[in-house]
Design a protein around this ligand. Structure first.
Ligand SMILES: Nc1ccn([C@@H]2O[C@H](COP(=O)(O)OP(=O)(O)OP(=O)(O)O)[C@@H](O)[C@H]2O)c(=O)n1
Ligand SMILES: C[C@](O)(CO)[C@H](O)COP(=O)(O)O
Length: 230
């Protein structure tokens, strides 16, 4: 399976002075944890890391330190995650028919989740890992900050990555998104807006996205609980 890892963000919400994927987590850069799971996945054989060229020296050092024997390519990212994935799709080898996309920032993913997504992609053209929402969600009027409604929780799922697709179909959806000016935070949204089905694969509650400083503390706790050595 081909894997694209969007890693070209700036980590604005983390408030760090550099890409949050280079911050230490139990003495390894955050991105190293994501790559270790990809390394241990039985189904992934090709990894495209989408990054800002300024970060490439650090990324290359991480890859070298991990002794990754899978094929690793570095692809220049864009100004948004959507643009970065678009660039990533252009960087795939022409023979790639299916792809998994996994945020570098979801560094607690297990190899098993990668492999389950790969297996499910044999039966569909679009999928996302997701978990049922536990909170009661409120829709709020943005102007008055007053609650407008409470959606039925049984229909709400929190989207994660990996998200997996037919490369050809996802390229078409990205092209359509560009034409229509759609701005989305995940690839499944482009698939959905093009009227294509997206299957749910049970995600992992621990597969959190490290976004703000508290997520780093939680991630460290989970890794210690797992007994994972850096
Ligand atoms: N231009 C961008 C923006 C984000 N990403 C990647 O998309 C994933 C999810 O994005 P997010 O968590 O929002 O990361 P940042 O953009 O770094 O964070 P922030 O939004 O707080 O600036 C991350 O692995 C990030 O590196 C990317 O490849 N290219
Ligand atoms: C793709 C994603 O990780 C799914 O949860 C998420 O949408 C990334 O985008 P965000 O900009 O960090 O919300």
């Amino acid at each position: 399976m081909y894997l694209l890892i969007p890693a070209a963000g700036s980590g604005r919400r983390m408030g760090a002075s550099r890409n949050k994927l280079l911050l230490p987590l139990l003495e390894q850069p955050l991105l190293a944890w994501t790559l270790m799971a990809a390394k241990q996945s039985e189904s992934i054989h090709w990894i495209g890391i989408i990054g800002q060229p300024a970060d490439w020296p650090d990324f290359k050092e991480i890859v070298a330190d991990l002794g990754l024997t899978k094929l690793v390519h570095f692809i220049p990212g864009g100004a948004t995650r959507q643009e970065s994935v678009y660039q990533g799709l252009k960087g795939l080898p022409a023979i790639a028919e299916q792809v998994l996309i996994h945020d570098g920032a979801r560094c607690l993913i297990t190899p098993d989740l990668f492999d389950r997504c790969t297996t499910e992609l044999e039966t569909c053209d679009g999928l996302i890992a997701a978990v049922p929402v536990k909170d009661t969600i409120k829709v709020v009027h943005s102007d008055s900050q007053v609650v407008a409604s409470t959606p039925d929780r049984s229909k709400l799922w929190a989207a994660q990555t990996p998200q997996g697709f037919s490369v050809e179909k996802l390229r078409q959806c990205h092209d359509e998104g560009l034409r229509q000016g759609w701005e989305v935070t995940d690839d499944a949204a482009l698939f959905e807006q093009c009227g294509l089905p997206v299957k749910i694969v049970p995600g992992e509650e621990t597969n959190l996205k490290v976004t703000t400083p508290i997520d780093l503390t939680i991630a460290e706790f989970i890794l210690r609980q797992r007994g994972t050595e850096a």
